[in-house]
Design a protein around this ligand. Sequence first.
Ligand SMILES: [Zn+2]
Length: 355
Amino acid sequence: MFSSLALTQALPYLPLVQGDIAYGVERRADPHLIDDVLREAGTSVVLTRAGLLAVPFGQRALTRQSTAHMRLAMLPGQYVADALPHHPEVKAIYLGSYAGAAPQHVVALDLTDVAHQSPEDAARHVDDAFDDANGGHDTHDGIFASAVARFDWVDLRGFAPRASAREIGQATTMLALSNWFAYQRHCPHCGYPVEQAMSGWAQRCTNSEDDFRLLFPRVEPAVIMTVVDAQDRLLIQHNKAWKNPLLYSVSAGFVEAGENLEHACRRETFEETGIRVGEVKYLGSQPWPYKISLMMGFKGQALSTDIQVDGEEVGDARWVTRDEYTDLLVTGQIEAPGKATIARVMIEEWYGRQI
Ligand SMILES: [Zn+2]
């Protein structure tokens, strides 16, 4: 039997890959790292809040344009340096630096726990940010609340297709850590509150009897797979949880305890569609910062073609040739996954060109 997997190459490019930032891991344990780099000229600050990214005011409208270029809102590090120690509700992450004549550091601030502020108060503070005469920062109490009010806030799915690889990397890291801070507020071992550690990349338990245990994020592995049959048709499916009734993508799911990746691929496909998968081939991976998961993409060869959807998670599944897939797309009967997703790149690998 012909196996299209034999010709399948690893994916050359994935949307949420890391850019060229140097993590500076060896410096993270320094408790003064963030305070120090914020005072260096050239340090920039990027912002996240409740799963969203700050972009310059007015850019949210660009997420509806396919060709627009978006960028992250950036504050000068020196502008927030004095205020940050007075705002324990603001969580800071040292993202790393870019090489140059002098290193250009990037610090992310998580404003999820900052109370909202009226646009009028906000206007006063953010204008200060770019006023060189205002060196005293005597009004720093409101600068984080004003940032919340004065920037636009967008989803990674809208941002990534329109942004540079460098900024997508920054955005993905800060969203992953911010989402972790939001759902792990207590030590999973003893239940005590946690505090920030390792320049934002870890947490520390505040219980002395738990030896102030250092806690690292648990990345959740998930598999996603394109499944093809002997005629090189692709298995596509619509899941009931997807709000867009036209969205068709491929099978995916979390790896169970004690399971390897190949087994997870075969189990998920069989559970969702009744299709048995034989050989599987690794395609590539990308982080998916919601719930800090890591999506690992595979291509699987189907051993059967009789579809039986589970009816719970998957509402419909079908085999398509490339011509049939093209026809479904151009006639608007289905829509492909978004441009920031690994699913789209995997489908394009099968399709042989961009969707
Ligand atoms: Zn603890």
